[in-house]
Design a protein around this ligand. Structure first.
Ligand code: GTP
Ligand code: MG
Length: 336
């Protein structure tokens, strides 16, 4: 069995320097002025676990949701505003230092790597969306395997968390792809930690679990395949859209934080819904709308093409030109 690779002390120090605020002792709702055990419980029951969540409320909203008086709510909010870690500002040079740590992962296809400016980046969420069979899950499997490769072979030499919502993770496929790049299949499987998410609430909880486990595991890649399927199935109709988008937004923020803290890559897959009323352009649109689109650092739109080829189009990248890459899915995995 493979030992979980402990982070070295120097790596930890480095993280503390670049990741502001994350390791500070966390204040809880009990630390707020005027909050005793009963009020704390009410706040928690209403879902106000974090001070920041309270700080951004209005007194009437908080009063209603946590069943408190408005005056009390106003006092609590004022306290939360002072004490919450609003964060936000960091100098440009600190940001540049953090960017210098960005690492790039090969996909196995040089044209796809090139499209992404040299590979899939850490400190980023990459959203891969496309219709069924377009290769989203195959990309997930391939990146999981490649993350195990040493740095000089385009890998991360790290470990992987794979949240599987559709029961499509296949260890046999991992073994096949591992063998093709010269990794011991058993070693590959040992370094990929897989969890099946049974519903969206479970999916969200699994991210907390990753946060906990990543203290001892050198996580370099987190995959959520698929990001949206449970949300789409559970939150049906217009009336639930706002609630769904809020949950998705929070979920993605947590994933982004994990990617920053661990200098890791997050890969999420997303389906498209057909948009029959579209008059021109592509008749498909990703699920999750603007929330998912904005929370993703890079977006890849996959299409099937002739002869088993796949076309990936890069959309709305912060620092790269939009463009397309062609690759194939073979028995060995992703190739040009
Ligand atoms: P949904 O999850 O259904 O939305 O689809 P997806 O985008 O995740 O598709 P997926 O990545 O599962 O792609 C499936 C396709 O990959 C198959 O139709 C095959 O073309 C290809 N594929 C999967 N496994 C193999 C394999 O072992 N060998 C080869 N040659 N192709 C494979
Ligand atoms: Mg899939």
């Amino acid at each position: 069995m493979n030992e979980m690779s402990e982070k070295t002390a120097s790596e930890k120090v480095e993280e503390e320097e670049i990741v502001i605020d994350v390791d500070e002792p966390e204040l809880t709702v009990e630390d707020l002025p005027g909050v005793g055990p009963a009020t704390a419980e009410k706040l928690r029951e209403a879902g106000f676990e974090e001070l920041l969540a309270i700080a951004v409320m209005s007194p009437s909203e908080l009063a209603e949701q946590a069943e408190l008086g408005e005056a009390v709510s106003a006092k609590i909010i004022a306290g939360a505003k002072k004490m919450a870690n609003i964060g936000g500002f960091i100098s440009g040079s600190a940001l540049l230092d953090r960017r210098k740590l960005v690492q790039k992962l090969t996909s196995g296809s040089s044209s796809l790597d090139e499209l992404l400016g040299g590979g899939f980046e850490t400190q980023a969420i990459v959203e891969v969306f496309g219709e069924f069979g377009s290769g989203k899950t195959q990309i997930g499997h391939q990146l999981a395997v490649n993350s195990i490769l040493p740095f000089d072979k385009g890998g991360f030499d790290g470990e992987i968390f794979y949240i599987d919502t559709e029961d499509t993770f296949r260890p046999e496929r991992i073994a096949q792809m591992a063998e093709a790049v010269g990794i011991d299949p058993q070693d590959a499987l040992d370094r990929i930690h897989v969890a099946r998410a049974y519903n969206s609430a479970h999916q969200i909880l699994l991210v907390d679990e990753i946060k906990r486990m990543s203290k001892n595991i050198d996580v370099k890649l987190i995959i959520v395949d698929s990001l949206t399927s449970h949300f789409r199935a559970e939150y049906i109709g217009r009336g639930m859209l706002a609630a769904r988008q809020q949950k998705l937004n929070k979920h993605m923020k947590e994933l982004k934080q994990l990617s920053d803290v661990n200098n890791a890559l997050v890969l999420v897959t997303n389906q498209v819904m057909s948009k029959p009323d579209a008059m021109w352009g592509d008749p498909t649109k990703a699920i999750g709308g603007h929330i998912v689109a904005h929370a993703s650092t890079f977006r890849l739109y996959l299409r099937k093409s002739k002869g088993g080829r796949r076309i990936a189009r890069l959309i709305d990248s912060p620092n790269l030109p939009d463009g397309e890459a062609v690759f194939t899915v073979t028995t060995e995995g992703l190739r040009d």
